[in-house]
Write a protein that binds this ligand. Sequence first.
Ligand code: GLN
Length: 539
Amino acid sequence: MVKKVQHTTKHIFVTGGVVSSLGKGLTAASVALLLQKRGYRVKMQKMDPYLNVDPGTMSPYQHGEVYVTVDGAETDLDLGHYERFTGIDCTRSSNFTTGRIYSTVIARERKGEYLGKTVQVIPHITDEIKTAIRSLDGDDVDIVITEIGGTVGDIESLPFLEAIRQFRQEIGRQNGLFLHVTLVPYIKAAGEMKTKPSQQSVSILRTIGIIPDILVCRCERPMGAEHKEKLALFCNVDKSLVIEETDVANTIYEVPVELAKQDLDVYIMELLNMHVNRLDMSDWKEMLNNYINPCNGDVEIAVVGKYISLRDSYKSIYESLTHAGIANKARVKVRLVEAEELEKNGADQMLKGVSGLLVPGGFGQRGIEGKILAIQYARENKIPFFGICLGMQCAVMEFARNVCGMTGANSSEFDDKTRYPVISLMEEQKKVTDMGGTMRLGSYECTLKSGTKSHAAYGKDEISERHRHRYEFTNDFRAQLQKKGMIFAGIAKGLDLVEIVEIKDHPWFVGCQFHPEFQSTPLHAHPLFTGFVAASMKG
Ligand code: GLN
Protein backbone atom coordinates (compact mmCIF):
# COMPACT_ATOMS: atom_id res chain seq x y z
CA MET A 1 0.00 0.00 0.00
CA VAL A 2 1.22 3.51 -0.89
CA LYS A 3 1.80 5.58 2.22
CA LYS A 4 0.08 8.97 2.00
CA VAL A 5 1.64 12.14 3.35
CA GLN A 6 -0.04 13.31 6.57
CA HIS A 7 -2.40 16.06 5.47
CA THR A 8 -5.12 17.88 7.31
CA THR A 9 -6.30 20.64 4.96
CA LYS A 10 -8.77 19.35 2.37
CA HIS A 11 -8.49 20.47 -1.24
CA ILE A 12 -11.05 20.92 -3.99
CA PHE A 13 -9.80 21.48 -7.52
CA VAL A 14 -12.19 23.11 -9.96
CA THR A 15 -11.60 22.69 -13.68
CA GLY A 16 -13.66 23.81 -16.65
CA GLY A 17 -14.58 22.06 -19.87
CA VAL A 18 -15.96 22.73 -23.36
CA VAL A 19 -16.03 26.53 -23.38
CA SER A 20 -14.82 29.44 -21.28
CA SER A 21 -17.18 31.79 -19.41
CA LEU A 22 -19.05 28.88 -17.85
CA GLY A 23 -19.08 30.51 -14.45
CA LYS A 24 -16.43 28.29 -12.87
CA GLY A 25 -15.56 31.09 -10.48
CA LEU A 26 -19.19 31.44 -9.43
CA THR A 27 -19.48 27.70 -8.94
CA ALA A 28 -16.29 27.63 -6.87
CA ALA A 29 -17.51 30.59 -4.80
CA SER A 30 -20.91 28.95 -4.31
CA VAL A 31 -19.31 25.73 -3.07
CA ALA A 32 -17.16 27.81 -0.72
CA LEU A 33 -20.20 29.56 0.68
CA LEU A 34 -22.06 26.28 1.26
CA LEU A 35 -19.09 24.76 3.08
CA GLN A 36 -18.76 27.93 5.16
CA LYS A 37 -22.44 27.75 6.02
CA ARG A 38 -21.76 24.20 7.19
CA GLY A 39 -19.28 25.62 9.65
CA TYR A 40 -16.01 25.08 7.76
CA ARG A 41 -13.20 27.60 7.20
CA VAL A 42 -12.51 28.00 3.51
CA LYS A 43 -9.80 29.70 1.46
CA MET A 44 -9.83 30.14 -2.28
CA GLN A 45 -7.39 30.67 -5.09
CA LYS A 46 -7.33 30.94 -8.87
CA MET A 47 -4.62 29.72 -11.21
CA ASP A 48 -4.49 31.68 -14.46
CA PRO A 49 -2.63 30.00 -17.31
CA TYR A 50 -1.53 33.20 -19.14
CA LEU A 51 1.96 34.65 -19.24
CA ASN A 52 1.33 38.08 -17.70
CA VAL A 53 2.73 38.05 -14.17
CA ASP A 54 -0.59 39.52 -13.06
CA PRO A 55 -3.54 41.09 -14.90
CA GLY A 56 -2.55 44.60 -13.72
CA THR A 57 -1.12 45.61 -17.06
CA MET A 58 -4.00 44.24 -19.15
CA SER A 59 -6.76 46.32 -20.68
CA PRO A 60 -10.19 45.78 -19.15
CA TYR A 61 -11.31 44.79 -22.65
CA GLN A 62 -8.89 41.86 -22.50
CA HIS A 63 -9.56 40.72 -19.03
CA GLY A 64 -12.39 42.62 -17.40
CA GLU A 65 -11.81 44.37 -14.11
CA VAL A 66 -8.58 44.03 -12.18
CA TYR A 67 -9.50 43.07 -8.63
CA VAL A 68 -7.30 44.41 -5.84
CA THR A 69 -6.74 42.46 -2.63
CA VAL A 70 -6.19 43.87 0.85
CA ASP A 71 -2.45 43.20 0.55
CA GLY A 72 -2.22 45.01 -2.76
CA ALA A 73 -2.17 42.24 -5.35
CA GLU A 74 -3.73 43.01 -8.75
CA THR A 75 -5.73 39.90 -9.51
CA ASP A 76 -8.38 38.13 -11.54
CA LEU A 77 -11.97 39.26 -11.17
CA ASP A 78 -13.03 35.81 -10.01
CA LEU A 79 -11.49 36.74 -6.67
CA GLY A 80 -14.25 39.32 -6.45
CA HIS A 81 -16.81 36.51 -6.59
CA TYR A 82 -14.87 34.61 -3.96
CA GLU A 83 -14.89 37.56 -1.59
CA ARG A 84 -18.48 38.59 -2.28
CA PHE A 85 -19.83 35.09 -1.69
CA THR A 86 -17.75 34.20 1.32
CA GLY A 87 -16.80 37.52 2.91
CA ILE A 88 -13.22 36.26 3.27
CA ASP A 89 -10.29 38.48 2.28
CA CYS A 90 -8.20 36.98 -0.49
CA THR A 91 -4.49 37.73 -0.62
CA ARG A 92 -1.53 37.57 -2.96
CA SER A 93 -1.62 33.77 -2.50
CA SER A 94 -5.10 33.65 -3.99
CA ASN A 95 -4.02 34.22 -7.58
CA PHE A 96 -1.09 32.76 -9.50
CA THR A 97 -0.46 33.07 -13.22
CA THR A 98 1.86 31.04 -15.42
CA GLY A 99 3.96 34.21 -15.70
CA ARG A 100 4.32 34.47 -11.95
CA ILE A 101 5.19 30.79 -11.52
CA TYR A 102 7.79 30.92 -14.31
CA SER A 103 9.31 34.19 -12.96
CA THR A 104 9.89 32.53 -9.60
CA VAL A 105 11.46 29.44 -11.16
CA ILE A 106 13.63 31.44 -13.58
CA ALA A 107 14.82 33.79 -10.81
CA ARG A 108 15.78 30.75 -8.75
CA GLU A 109 17.62 29.23 -11.71
CA ARG A 110 19.59 32.48 -12.15
CA LYS A 111 20.64 32.29 -8.53
CA GLY A 112 21.98 28.81 -9.19
CA GLU A 113 19.56 27.23 -6.75
CA TYR A 114 18.89 24.21 -8.96
CA LEU A 115 22.47 23.07 -8.42
CA GLY A 116 23.31 22.27 -12.02
CA LYS A 117 20.09 20.46 -12.88
CA THR A 118 18.18 20.94 -16.15
CA VAL A 119 15.16 23.03 -15.16
CA GLN A 120 11.97 21.58 -16.64
CA VAL A 121 8.19 21.98 -16.67
CA ILE A 122 7.95 18.69 -14.81
CA PRO A 123 9.04 18.71 -12.00
CA HIS A 124 10.19 22.30 -11.49
CA ILE A 125 7.20 24.27 -12.76
CA THR A 126 4.73 21.73 -11.38
CA ASP A 127 6.54 21.78 -8.01
CA GLU A 128 6.24 25.56 -7.93
CA ILE A 129 2.51 25.28 -8.69
CA LYS A 130 2.13 22.76 -5.86
CA THR A 131 3.97 25.15 -3.53
CA ALA A 132 1.50 27.86 -4.57
CA ILE A 133 -1.43 25.57 -3.75
CA ARG A 134 0.12 24.56 -0.44
CA SER A 135 0.70 28.20 0.48
CA LEU A 136 -2.93 28.39 1.60
CA ASP A 137 -2.74 25.29 3.83
CA GLY A 138 -2.57 25.83 7.57
CA ASP A 139 -4.23 25.64 10.95
CA ASP A 140 -6.57 28.48 10.07
CA VAL A 141 -8.30 26.66 7.21
CA ASP A 142 -10.24 23.44 6.68
CA ILE A 143 -10.71 23.49 2.92
CA VAL A 144 -8.80 25.15 0.10
CA ILE A 145 -10.60 25.55 -3.22
CA THR A 146 -8.32 25.99 -6.23
CA GLU A 147 -9.86 27.01 -9.53
CA ILE A 148 -7.84 26.31 -12.68
CA GLY A 149 -8.52 29.05 -15.22
CA GLY A 150 -9.00 28.32 -18.91
CA THR A 151 -10.56 25.26 -20.48
CA VAL A 152 -9.35 21.68 -20.31
CA GLY A 153 -7.58 20.96 -23.58
CA ASP A 154 -5.79 24.34 -23.71
CA ILE A 155 -2.04 23.91 -24.08
CA GLU A 156 -1.48 26.57 -21.41
CA SER A 157 -3.43 24.71 -18.70
CA LEU A 158 -1.42 21.50 -18.90
CA PRO A 159 1.22 22.23 -16.20
CA PHE A 160 -1.54 23.24 -13.77
CA LEU A 161 -3.54 20.10 -14.48
CA GLU A 162 -0.46 17.94 -14.09
CA ALA A 163 0.31 19.70 -10.80
CA ILE A 164 -3.16 19.09 -9.36
CA ARG A 165 -3.02 15.48 -10.52
CA GLN A 166 0.22 15.03 -8.58
CA PHE A 167 -1.08 17.00 -5.62
CA ARG A 168 -4.17 14.84 -5.21
CA GLN A 169 -2.05 11.73 -5.62
CA GLU A 170 0.15 12.95 -2.75
CA ILE A 171 -2.66 13.89 -0.36
CA GLY A 172 -4.96 11.00 -1.20
CA ARG A 173 -8.59 10.73 -2.25
CA GLN A 174 -10.00 11.52 1.16
CA ASN A 175 -8.20 14.84 1.20
CA GLY A 176 -8.71 16.09 -2.31
CA LEU A 177 -11.32 16.00 -5.06
CA PHE A 178 -11.76 17.13 -8.63
CA LEU A 179 -14.87 19.06 -9.58
CA HIS A 180 -15.30 19.62 -13.30
CA VAL A 181 -17.64 22.35 -14.52
CA THR A 182 -18.85 21.59 -18.00
CA LEU A 183 -21.42 22.64 -20.58
CA VAL A 184 -24.45 20.59 -21.61
CA PRO A 185 -25.82 22.58 -24.54
CA TYR A 186 -29.37 22.51 -25.80
CA ILE A 187 -29.51 22.27 -29.59
CA LYS A 188 -32.66 24.06 -30.59
CA ALA A 189 -32.94 22.64 -34.11
CA ALA A 190 -32.79 19.09 -32.75
CA GLY A 191 -34.78 19.93 -29.64
CA GLU A 192 -32.22 18.01 -27.61
CA MET A 193 -29.58 18.40 -24.94
CA LYS A 194 -26.18 17.08 -25.87
CA THR A 195 -23.77 15.38 -23.50
CA LYS A 196 -21.04 14.67 -26.05
CA PRO A 197 -18.96 17.84 -25.50
CA SER A 198 -18.80 17.05 -21.78
CA GLN A 199 -17.88 13.43 -22.46
CA GLN A 200 -15.05 14.64 -24.65
CA SER A 201 -13.77 17.14 -22.14
CA VAL A 202 -13.76 14.50 -19.41
CA SER A 203 -11.93 12.17 -21.73
CA ILE A 204 -9.20 14.81 -22.22
CA LEU A 205 -8.92 15.04 -18.43
CA ARG A 206 -8.65 11.25 -18.19
CA THR A 207 -5.79 11.13 -20.68
CA ILE A 208 -3.81 13.29 -18.29
CA GLY A 209 -4.70 11.16 -15.33
CA ILE A 210 -7.55 13.12 -13.76
CA ILE A 211 -10.92 11.47 -13.28
CA PRO A 212 -13.39 14.08 -12.03
CA ASP A 213 -15.23 13.11 -8.85
CA ILE A 214 -18.06 15.54 -9.50
CA LEU A 215 -19.50 17.02 -12.69
CA VAL A 216 -21.31 20.33 -12.48
CA CYS A 217 -23.22 20.75 -15.71
CA ARG A 218 -24.07 24.23 -16.87
CA CYS A 219 -27.25 24.13 -18.88
CA GLU A 220 -29.94 26.48 -20.12
CA ARG A 221 -32.76 24.15 -19.13
CA PRO A 222 -33.08 21.31 -16.63
CA MET A 223 -31.42 18.03 -17.57
CA GLY A 224 -33.45 14.86 -17.68
CA ALA A 225 -32.47 11.78 -15.68
CA GLU A 226 -31.38 10.08 -18.92
CA HIS A 227 -28.74 12.74 -19.55
CA LYS A 228 -27.40 12.39 -16.03
CA GLU A 229 -27.24 8.64 -16.43
CA LYS A 230 -25.44 8.94 -19.74
CA LEU A 231 -22.87 11.35 -18.34
CA ALA A 232 -22.37 9.20 -15.26
CA LEU A 233 -21.76 6.15 -17.43
CA PHE A 234 -19.45 7.74 -19.98
CA CYS A 235 -17.54 9.90 -17.51
CA ASN A 236 -17.16 7.31 -14.77
CA VAL A 237 -18.88 9.50 -12.19
CA ASP A 238 -21.55 8.43 -9.72
CA LYS A 239 -25.00 9.50 -11.00
CA SER A 240 -25.73 11.48 -7.86
CA LEU A 241 -22.53 13.41 -8.49
CA VAL A 242 -23.73 14.71 -11.84
CA ILE A 243 -25.07 18.03 -10.64
CA GLU A 244 -26.98 20.44 -12.82
CA GLU A 245 -26.38 24.15 -12.71
CA THR A 246 -29.19 25.65 -14.75
CA ASP A 247 -29.19 29.39 -15.50
CA VAL A 248 -30.73 31.08 -12.47
CA ALA A 249 -33.83 33.24 -12.77
CA ASN A 250 -32.91 36.40 -10.88
CA THR A 251 -29.37 36.68 -9.60
CA ILE A 252 -26.08 34.80 -9.43
CA TYR A 253 -26.53 34.73 -5.66
CA GLU A 254 -29.20 32.05 -6.20
CA VAL A 255 -26.58 29.58 -7.49
CA PRO A 256 -25.51 28.24 -4.06
CA VAL A 257 -29.12 27.65 -3.07
CA GLU A 258 -29.73 25.69 -6.27
CA LEU A 259 -26.60 23.60 -5.73
CA ALA A 260 -27.57 22.92 -2.12
CA LYS A 261 -30.94 21.57 -3.30
CA GLN A 262 -28.97 18.81 -5.04
CA ASP A 263 -26.82 18.22 -1.95
CA LEU A 264 -23.59 19.11 -3.72
CA ASP A 265 -22.07 20.25 -0.43
CA VAL A 266 -23.12 17.03 1.33
CA TYR A 267 -21.49 14.89 -1.36
CA ILE A 268 -18.32 16.95 -1.11
CA MET A 269 -18.13 16.50 2.67
CA GLU A 270 -18.77 12.78 2.32
CA LEU A 271 -16.11 12.36 -0.37
CA LEU A 272 -13.64 14.26 1.77
CA ASN A 273 -14.55 12.30 4.86
CA MET A 274 -15.74 15.36 6.74
CA HIS A 275 -18.50 15.59 9.28
CA VAL A 276 -21.75 16.80 7.69
CA ASN A 277 -22.68 19.77 9.86
CA ARG A 278 -26.05 21.50 9.61
CA LEU A 279 -26.46 24.01 6.79
CA ASP A 280 -27.62 27.46 7.87
CA MET A 281 -28.46 29.68 4.91
CA SER A 282 -30.96 31.94 6.72
CA ASP A 283 -29.13 35.26 6.23
CA TRP A 284 -28.39 34.40 2.59
CA LYS A 285 -32.03 33.52 1.91
CA GLU A 286 -33.24 36.72 3.56
CA MET A 287 -30.82 38.68 1.36
CA LEU A 288 -32.17 36.89 -1.73
CA ASN A 289 -35.70 37.67 -0.70
CA ASN A 290 -34.85 41.37 -0.38
CA TYR A 291 -33.30 41.27 -3.81
CA ILE A 292 -36.14 39.46 -5.51
CA ASN A 293 -38.97 41.35 -3.79
CA PRO A 294 -37.73 44.90 -3.19
CA CYS A 295 -40.45 46.74 -1.28
CA ASN A 296 -39.11 50.22 -2.06
CA GLY A 297 -39.37 50.12 -5.85
CA ASP A 298 -36.77 50.93 -8.51
CA VAL A 299 -34.03 53.52 -8.67
CA GLU A 300 -32.11 54.31 -11.84
CA ILE A 301 -28.40 55.08 -11.57
CA ALA A 302 -26.23 56.10 -14.53
CA VAL A 303 -22.73 54.68 -14.72
CA VAL A 304 -20.62 56.84 -17.04
CA GLY A 305 -17.44 55.05 -18.04
CA LYS A 306 -14.99 54.28 -20.75
CA TYR A 307 -15.27 50.50 -20.95
CA ILE A 308 -19.07 50.33 -20.77
CA SER A 309 -19.50 47.84 -23.62
CA LEU A 310 -17.87 45.07 -21.59
CA ARG A 311 -19.92 44.28 -18.52
CA ASP A 312 -16.95 42.65 -16.75
CA SER A 313 -14.93 45.89 -16.84
CA TYR A 314 -16.86 47.34 -13.91
CA LYS A 315 -17.97 44.04 -12.37
CA SER A 316 -17.49 45.02 -8.73
CA ILE A 317 -19.16 48.40 -9.26
CA TYR A 318 -22.32 46.82 -10.64
CA GLU A 319 -22.33 44.19 -7.90
CA SER A 320 -21.87 46.85 -5.22
CA LEU A 321 -24.83 48.81 -6.61
CA THR A 322 -26.89 45.62 -6.43
CA HIS A 323 -25.80 45.10 -2.81
CA ALA A 324 -26.73 48.68 -1.94
CA GLY A 325 -30.12 48.08 -3.56
CA ILE A 326 -30.60 45.02 -1.35
CA ALA A 327 -29.61 47.04 1.73
CA ASN A 328 -32.16 49.72 0.79
CA LYS A 329 -34.77 47.15 -0.28
CA ALA A 330 -34.85 48.73 -3.74
CA ARG A 331 -33.97 47.50 -7.20
CA VAL A 332 -31.08 49.43 -8.72
CA LYS A 333 -31.38 49.76 -12.47
CA VAL A 334 -28.16 50.76 -14.14
CA ARG A 335 -28.13 53.04 -17.18
CA LEU A 336 -24.87 52.32 -18.98
CA VAL A 337 -23.46 55.45 -20.56
CA GLU A 338 -20.34 55.50 -22.72
CA ALA A 339 -18.45 58.68 -21.73
CA GLU A 340 -17.56 59.54 -25.33
CA GLU A 341 -21.22 59.27 -26.36
CA LEU A 342 -22.14 61.66 -23.60
CA GLU A 343 -19.50 64.08 -24.82
CA LYS A 344 -21.12 63.99 -28.28
CA ASN A 345 -24.77 64.04 -27.28
CA GLY A 346 -24.66 66.12 -24.10
CA ALA A 347 -25.49 65.29 -20.50
CA ASP A 348 -29.09 66.48 -20.83
CA GLN A 349 -29.90 63.84 -23.39
CA MET A 350 -27.92 60.98 -21.86
CA LEU A 351 -28.68 61.50 -18.17
CA LYS A 352 -32.27 62.74 -18.28
CA GLY A 353 -34.37 61.08 -15.61
CA VAL A 354 -31.62 59.28 -13.70
CA SER A 355 -31.69 59.47 -9.92
CA GLY A 356 -27.96 59.13 -9.37
CA LEU A 357 -24.65 59.28 -11.24
CA LEU A 358 -21.63 57.09 -10.66
CA VAL A 359 -18.30 57.67 -12.40
CA PRO A 360 -15.94 54.73 -11.85
CA GLY A 361 -12.16 54.43 -12.05
CA GLY A 362 -10.07 54.32 -15.17
CA PHE A 363 -6.89 55.26 -16.98
CA GLY A 364 -6.08 57.44 -19.97
CA GLN A 365 -7.55 60.46 -21.69
CA ARG A 366 -10.38 58.87 -23.69
CA GLY A 367 -13.78 59.76 -22.29
CA ILE A 368 -12.52 62.22 -19.67
CA GLU A 369 -14.40 65.24 -21.00
CA GLY A 370 -17.65 63.24 -21.14
CA LYS A 371 -17.21 62.26 -17.49
CA ILE A 372 -16.58 65.87 -16.54
CA LEU A 373 -19.75 67.00 -18.37
CA ALA A 374 -21.72 64.29 -16.54
CA ILE A 375 -20.38 65.42 -13.17
CA GLN A 376 -21.19 69.06 -13.92
CA TYR A 377 -24.75 67.99 -14.75
CA ALA A 378 -25.07 66.07 -11.46
CA ARG A 379 -23.55 68.90 -9.43
CA GLU A 380 -25.71 71.62 -10.96
CA ASN A 381 -28.92 69.60 -10.95
CA LYS A 382 -28.32 68.31 -7.41
CA ILE A 383 -28.37 64.69 -8.52
CA PRO A 384 -26.54 62.37 -6.09
CA PHE A 385 -23.03 61.73 -7.38
CA PHE A 386 -20.50 59.07 -6.48
CA GLY A 387 -17.01 59.31 -8.01
CA ILE A 388 -14.55 56.50 -7.58
CA CYS A 389 -10.80 56.96 -8.12
CA LEU A 390 -10.66 58.55 -11.59
CA GLY A 391 -14.29 59.54 -10.98
CA MET A 392 -13.20 61.48 -7.91
CA GLN A 393 -10.30 63.03 -9.82
CA CYS A 394 -12.70 64.18 -12.58
CA ALA A 395 -14.99 65.70 -9.93
CA VAL A 396 -12.05 67.75 -8.65
CA MET A 397 -11.21 68.90 -12.19
CA GLU A 398 -14.82 69.84 -12.85
CA PHE A 399 -15.08 71.82 -9.63
CA ALA A 400 -11.79 73.61 -10.28
CA ARG A 401 -12.82 74.55 -13.82
CA ASN A 402 -16.46 75.45 -13.35
CA VAL A 403 -16.68 76.67 -9.76
CA CYS A 404 -13.20 78.04 -9.07
CA GLY A 405 -12.67 79.54 -12.55
CA MET A 406 -9.47 77.57 -13.18
CA THR A 407 -9.86 77.24 -16.94
CA GLY A 408 -8.25 74.10 -18.29
CA ALA A 409 -7.71 72.58 -14.82
CA ASN A 410 -6.70 68.98 -15.36
CA SER A 411 -4.84 65.96 -14.10
CA SER A 412 -1.20 65.84 -15.14
CA GLU A 413 -2.04 62.32 -16.37
CA PHE A 414 -3.84 64.00 -19.29
CA ASP A 415 -2.23 67.43 -19.58
CA ASP A 416 1.14 68.05 -18.03
CA LYS A 417 1.23 71.69 -19.21
CA THR A 418 -1.98 72.90 -17.54
CA ARG A 419 -1.72 75.94 -15.25
CA TYR A 420 -3.94 74.09 -12.81
CA PRO A 421 -2.74 70.51 -12.28
CA VAL A 422 -5.31 69.87 -9.55
CA ILE A 423 -4.53 66.14 -9.80
CA SER A 424 -0.88 65.14 -10.14
CA LEU A 425 1.48 62.23 -9.88
CA MET A 426 2.16 61.17 -6.30
CA GLU A 427 5.67 61.92 -5.06
CA GLU A 428 6.50 58.23 -4.58
CA GLN A 429 5.41 57.50 -8.18
CA LYS A 430 7.85 59.94 -9.78
CA LYS A 431 10.72 57.49 -9.77
CA VAL A 432 8.64 54.52 -10.97
CA THR A 433 9.56 53.20 -14.42
CA ASP A 434 8.06 49.67 -14.48
CA MET A 435 4.31 49.58 -15.02
CA GLY A 436 3.49 46.21 -13.41
CA GLY A 437 2.51 46.18 -9.74
CA THR A 438 3.91 49.64 -9.01
CA MET A 439 0.81 51.74 -8.31
CA ARG A 440 -0.27 52.69 -4.80
CA LEU A 441 -1.96 49.37 -4.16
CA GLY A 442 -3.93 47.70 -1.42
CA SER A 443 -5.41 48.82 1.88
CA TYR A 444 -4.57 52.09 3.57
CA GLU A 445 -6.20 53.74 6.54
CA CYS A 446 -8.08 56.99 6.30
CA THR A 447 -9.45 59.40 8.90
CA LEU A 448 -12.92 60.83 8.31
CA LYS A 449 -14.06 64.33 9.12
CA SER A 450 -17.13 64.47 11.29
CA GLY A 451 -20.24 66.13 9.94
CA THR A 452 -19.60 64.86 6.40
CA LYS A 453 -21.77 62.56 4.28
CA SER A 454 -18.98 60.01 4.35
CA HIS A 455 -18.72 60.06 8.12
CA ALA A 456 -22.48 59.64 8.37
CA ALA A 457 -22.39 56.69 5.94
CA TYR A 458 -19.59 54.81 7.71
CA GLY A 459 -20.63 55.85 11.20
CA LYS A 460 -17.00 55.87 12.39
CA ASP A 461 -13.82 57.97 12.36
CA GLU A 462 -11.31 55.57 10.86
CA ILE A 463 -11.70 53.37 7.80
CA SER A 464 -9.50 51.12 5.71
CA GLU A 465 -9.99 50.92 1.93
CA ARG A 466 -8.21 49.46 -1.08
CA HIS A 467 -6.33 51.58 -3.60
CA ARG A 468 -5.03 51.36 -7.15
CA HIS A 469 -3.74 54.65 -8.52
CA ARG A 470 -0.69 56.78 -9.31
CA TYR A 471 -2.25 60.26 -9.22
CA GLU A 472 -3.62 62.23 -6.28
CA PHE A 473 -5.27 65.49 -5.35
CA THR A 474 -2.60 68.24 -5.47
CA ASN A 475 -2.43 69.69 -1.99
CA ASP A 476 -1.35 73.14 -3.27
CA PHE A 477 -4.92 73.65 -4.50
CA ARG A 478 -6.67 72.62 -1.30
CA ALA A 479 -7.21 76.12 0.11
CA GLN A 480 -8.65 77.52 -3.14
CA LEU A 481 -11.09 74.67 -3.66
CA GLN A 482 -12.09 74.62 -0.02
CA LYS A 483 -12.92 78.33 -0.15
CA LYS A 484 -15.42 77.62 -2.93
CA GLY A 485 -17.14 74.81 -1.05
CA MET A 486 -15.15 71.64 -1.50
CA ILE A 487 -14.88 69.55 1.66
CA PHE A 488 -11.95 67.23 2.32
CA ALA A 489 -13.86 64.54 4.11
CA GLY A 490 -11.16 61.88 4.33
CA ILE A 491 -7.40 62.16 4.70
CA ALA A 492 -4.95 59.23 4.52
CA LYS A 493 -3.75 58.36 8.00
CA GLY A 494 -0.13 59.36 8.53
CA LEU A 495 0.09 60.85 5.04
CA ASP A 496 -1.29 64.14 3.89
CA LEU A 497 -3.26 62.72 0.96
CA VAL A 498 -6.84 63.64 0.15
CA GLU A 499 -8.87 60.43 0.08
CA ILE A 500 -12.43 61.76 -0.05
CA VAL A 501 -13.91 64.99 -1.41
CA GLU A 502 -17.44 66.24 -0.96
CA ILE A 503 -19.14 69.54 -1.81
CA LYS A 504 -21.37 71.82 0.20
CA ASP A 505 -25.03 72.42 -0.58
CA HIS A 506 -25.63 69.24 -2.48
CA PRO A 507 -27.83 66.29 -1.43
CA TRP A 508 -24.99 63.74 -1.85
CA PHE A 509 -21.77 64.41 -3.71
CA VAL A 510 -18.88 62.15 -2.72
CA GLY A 511 -15.68 61.29 -4.55
CA CYS A 512 -13.18 58.83 -3.13
CA GLN A 513 -9.66 58.05 -4.27
CA PHE A 514 -9.98 54.42 -3.16
CA HIS A 515 -12.11 51.57 -4.48
CA PRO A 516 -14.97 50.82 -2.09
CA GLU A 517 -16.40 48.35 -4.62
CA PHE A 518 -13.80 45.80 -3.54
CA GLN A 519 -15.24 45.59 -0.04
CA SER A 520 -18.94 45.24 -0.72
CA THR A 521 -20.75 41.94 -0.30
CA PRO A 522 -24.43 41.04 -0.68
CA LEU A 523 -24.71 40.45 3.07
CA HIS A 524 -22.76 43.63 3.94
CA ALA A 525 -23.27 46.32 1.35
CA HIS A 526 -20.59 49.00 1.40
CA PRO A 527 -21.68 52.05 3.44
CA LEU A 528 -20.82 54.59 0.70
CA PHE A 529 -22.78 52.62 -1.91
CA THR A 530 -25.67 52.24 0.54
CA GLY A 531 -25.59 55.99 1.31
CA PHE A 532 -25.41 56.86 -2.39
CA VAL A 533 -28.35 54.64 -3.35
CA ALA A 534 -30.38 55.88 -0.36
CA ALA A 535 -29.78 59.49 -1.44
CA SER A 536 -30.69 58.62 -5.05
CA MET A 537 -33.97 57.08 -3.87
CA LYS A 538 -34.98 60.41 -2.34
CA GLY A 539 -34.72 62.24 -5.67
N1 GLN B 1 -5.64 56.96 -13.64
C1 GLN B 1 -5.81 57.41 -12.31
C2 GLN B 1 -4.57 57.22 -11.45
O1 GLN B 1 -3.71 56.45 -11.79
C3 GLN B 1 -7.01 56.75 -11.65
C4 GLN B 1 -6.80 55.28 -11.42
C5 GLN B 1 -8.09 54.53 -11.14
O2 GLN B 1 -9.17 55.05 -11.38
N2 GLN B 1 -7.98 53.31 -10.67
O3 GLN B 1 -4.47 57.82 -10.42
